[in-house]
Design a protein around this ligand. Structure first.
Ligand code: KIV
Ligand code: ZN
Length: 514
């Protein structure tokens, strides 16, 4: 069986999804989980695009030891230099340079001739190789490029020192037959192709990203790129978990192995969905809530007689476990700490204390505390930016009745440490609460989206709110969880406001030493 490298770009192409804005701690948490999932290489961001991206990539490069960390760069010396600063401390510093090769991109976007594109690509790859041991070069919009021009430029870029060649279907236009043919042609016609890893990178505009990736594997790709849950710009990227499971279940057709740990799929998917606020559709392959639910009587009957009648993937394969009671009201700190470690969190004693208090508060109100509940509490604590000035919720009260005007009263501590209070009405309880928060916060706020879901099932399930808003015309998302829907909503609102506030005021200074 040949081994396929897995390149994850959740934190770069995935983070380019509209409305996704992860803070440094959230990016780091996702990176650690990708390491546990067993990806070979993770693209942590685009260091030259912003100071936040630079710091995010640098933090990840300094932390992750069991996967290569890479960052994106345009074919420009300044981008490559900035990327080196961000990545030089990585266990295996790698760079990803892209330059478009299709006629439409070269003519209208780059305004360069095909020969100028070749010379820029060659110059920038050899410039990058002065520092980076690994350099991936992407022929952006490869699937709409002239195939013989691709052969020519790839040969030269390999001679210049590229170690990986990537052929992206940037606009999700290709079909499995075409994309497979492209890989076979490049394998058969590029003189020096055996010196490099050959990579596939697909977008999902026509819903064929995973099928195209599988076709590339069949035809000579030795690396595949994608994101968790298939998130990404427009219709997203190829979903890594789907490719991983397809390779496993259809090993008869695809005799290839990866380093991925399939039972980490559910956890990775949940984490990415929670932190990005991008919900996983119920019918999504492999990780959707209904992926293992059998609704019709005939199917249920079949599954009871023999699960294999209608179930080709077992929930256990991808780490979907039954939601057993894990800890309860009487569990002590020691058992709790063991569970935190077992769930894969590396907490300081201070964080264990904070988490234990949150757990105890939950057990006062919720009889059964599940792994999903703990995952929510622990992830919130792990990704909360501490010791910076921000808005904090002191208390709130909402009055609602079918014949009253909903009214909310809220008390906050402002970033300057001031105590403020206000009361406002609204047409519903959430609106009253949000009107009051807006009245207390001295920023220009416009709410654009609000979503509420429950963690697990049962009347006493935790609520999780995800919102999108603009704060001073900057788009931002926020999330909050609590046992009460209004408290979760208030937390999500403040979480979004604080993201912008922290970024604008003190965040970079405070996290410089992360
Ligand atoms: O889809 C694409 O072409 C990309 C490049 C930056 C590799 O993401
Ligand atoms: Zn892409």
């Amino acid at each position: 069986m040949s081994r396929i490298n897995v390149f994850d770009t959740t934190l770069r192409d995935g983070e380019q999804s509209p409305g996704v804005n992860l803070n440094q701690l959230e990016k780091l948490e996702i990176a650690k989980q990708l390491e546990r999932f067993g990806v070979d290489i993770m693209e942590a961001g685009f260091p030259a695009s912003s100071q936040g991206d630079f710091e995010g990539v640098r933090n990840i490069a300094r932390t992750i030891k069991n996967a290569a960390v890479t960052g994106l760069a345009r074919a420009k010396k300044s981008d490559i230099d900035i990327a080196w600063d961000a990545l030089k401390d990585a266990a295996e510093p790698s760079l990803h340079i892209f330059l478009a090769t299709s006629p439409i991109h070269m003519t209208y976007k780059l305004k360069k001739t095909p020969d100028q594109v070749i010379s820029t690509a060659v110059d920038m790859v050899s410039y990058a190789r002065r520092n980076f041991p690994n350099v991936e070069w992407s022929a952006e919009d490869a699937s709409r490029s002239d195939i013989d021009y691709l052969v020519k430029i790839i040969e030269k870029v390999i001679d210049a020192g590229a170690t990986v060649i990537n052929l992206p279907d940037t606009v999700g236009y290709t079909t499995p037959e075409e994309y497979g043919y492209l890989f076979r042609y490049v394998r058969e016609n590029v003189r020096n192709i055996d010196k490099v890893v050959l990579s596939a990178h697909c977008h999902n505009d026509l819903g064929m990203a995973v099928a195209n990736t599988m076709a590339a594997i069949k035809n000579g790709a030795t690396q595949i790129e994608g994101t968790i849950n298939g998130i990404g710009e427009r219709a997203g990227n190829a979903a890594l978990e789907e490719i991983a499971v397809a390779l496993n279940i259809r090993a008869d057709k695809y005799p290839f192995t990866t380093n991925l740990v399939l039972k980490e799929i559910k956890r990775t998917s949940d984490l990415v969905s929670k932190l990005t606020g991008m919900a996983v559709p119920g019918n999504k392959a492999v990780v959707g809530k209904n992926a293992f639910a059998h609704e019709s009587g005939i199917h249920q009957d079949g599954v009871l007689k023999n699960a294999a009648t209608y179930e080709i993937i077992t929930p256990e394969l991808v780490g979907v476990l039954s939601n057993d009671l894990v800890l309860g009201k009487h569990s002590g700190r020691h058992a709790f700490k063991d569970k935190v470690i077992q769930l894969g969190y590396q907490f300081t004693d201070e964080k264990i204390t904070e988490a234990f208090q949150a757990f105890k508060q939950l057990t006062d109100r919720k009889k059964e505390v599940t792994d999903d509940d703990l995952f929510t509490i622990l992830t919130d604590i792990q990704t909360d930016v501490k010791d910076v000035k921000k808005y904090e919720l002191e208390s709130f009260q909402v009055q609602y009745g079918s014949s009253n005007i909903p009214t909310a009263t809220v008390a906050l501590t402002t970033p300057d440490g001031e105590h403020v209070e206000a009361a406002c009405t609204g047409k519903g309880s959430v609106e009253a609460l949000y009107n009051t928060l807006e009245a207390l916060i001295e920023e220009k706020i416009h709410l654009t989206d609000y979503r509420l879901n429950s963690i697990g099932s049962g009347r006493d399930a935790l609520a999780q709110a995800h919102i999108k808003m603009t704060v001073n015309d900057i788009s931002v998302s926020g999330r909050g969880s609590a046992q009460d829907v209004l408290e979760a909503s208030a937390k999500a609102f403040l979480n979004a406001v604080n993201r912008v506030f922290i970024k604008q005021h003190s965040y970079q200074k405070e996290t410089a030493n992360l």
